[in-house]
Design a protein around this ligand. Structure first.
Ligand SMILES: Cc1cc2nc3c(=O)[nH]c(=O)nc-3n(C[C@H](O)[C@H](O)[C@H](O)COP(=O)(O)O)c2cc1C
Length: 235
């Protein structure tokens, strides 16, 4: 049975506190490591995230070896500290990773990969698999017109961002800081993944990087956002 049967009255404020606590951390305290127990909760938040059709078109690469992290430094301006004269998230984060997006080779409707996913992971019977193939084929070809390799990979990337958002919120609820990272050269990252990590980049492409840890100091900037009125329209 679902363990959440009643709203704990304090939870609303806890959630808002977590969202206010979270900021895009530029420099982490290199001496404060996240425990395995806490980081596993963050990874479970990723694994349990929703994805369109339940296709889970992502993988997570954790890059903990300092030498491996350095392979990304030169062309990862959003994580290498060049904006603040530090070694950046690459040099200071307790945990650093990349979410990979599944390409069209895996995510085109009817692919062998999806047949295996439906049968083995989702445990769907053959007749339901046929329904999925038809519905997803129509979704790609007609509803959303996601047909080129780039479009399909970008669609996988959208799912990857949901995953990362859930990871960051899970972290913030535990008082763990994070940074989402798009500031990197896509082509060179793809090349490093192929050459130094053995990733088949015809199947998996980088979507977004992330860093987790504990802030070295308080954020320099106030959190600014549009008003609720400018953000949400009710009809
Ligand atoms: C998808 C995405 C990519 C981002 N890339 C970077 C990045 O490469 N480096 C960085 O320091 N911050 C990056 N940010 C952080 C944003 O600049 C930051 O979230 C935004 O300015 C709002 O600030 P706050 O998160 O501190 O509230 C990224 C944020 C998102 C959502």
């Amino acid at each position: 049975m679902n363990a959440i049967t009643q709203i704990n009255p304090g939870i609303r404020q806890q959630i808002l506190d977590a969202f206010n606590f979270r900021h895009a951390t530029k420099i982490f305290d290199p001496d404060r490591k996240i425990s395995d127990e806490d980081f596993n909760v963050i990874l479970e938040a990723a694994r349990l995230s929703p994805t369109s059709f339940g296709h889970e078109p992502f993988r997570i690469l954790m890059i903990q070896s300092p030498e491996k992290r350095e392979l990304f430094r030169e062309f990862s301006w959003g994580a290498n500290g060049m904006m603040n004269g530090s070694s950046g998230q690459l040099g200071t984060a307790s945990h650093f990773g990349i979410i990979l997006a599944a390409t069209d080779e895996l995510m085109r409707a009817g692919s062998d990969y999806l047949q295996d996913h439906y049968a083995r992971v989702k445990q769907l019977p053959d007749e339901v698999i046929e329904i999925f193939n038809g519905a997803y084929g129509k979704f790609q070809a007609e509803d959303h017109k996601i047909t080129s390799g780039r479009e399909i990979t970008d669609w996988s990337g959208k799912q990857a961002y949901i995953v990362l958002a859930n990871m960051m919120t899970a972290g913030a609820l535990m008082g763990i800081d994070s940074c989402p990272i798009e500031g990197f050269d896509m082509a060179r990252t793809t090349q490093v993944l192929a050459e130094d990590f053995g990733i088949d980049t015809a199947k998996w492409k980088p979507a977004v990087m992330f860093a987790f840890g504990h802030r070295a100091k308080d954020p320099e900037f106030l959190k600014t956002r549009r008003t609720m009125q400018d953000t949400v329209s009710w009809f």
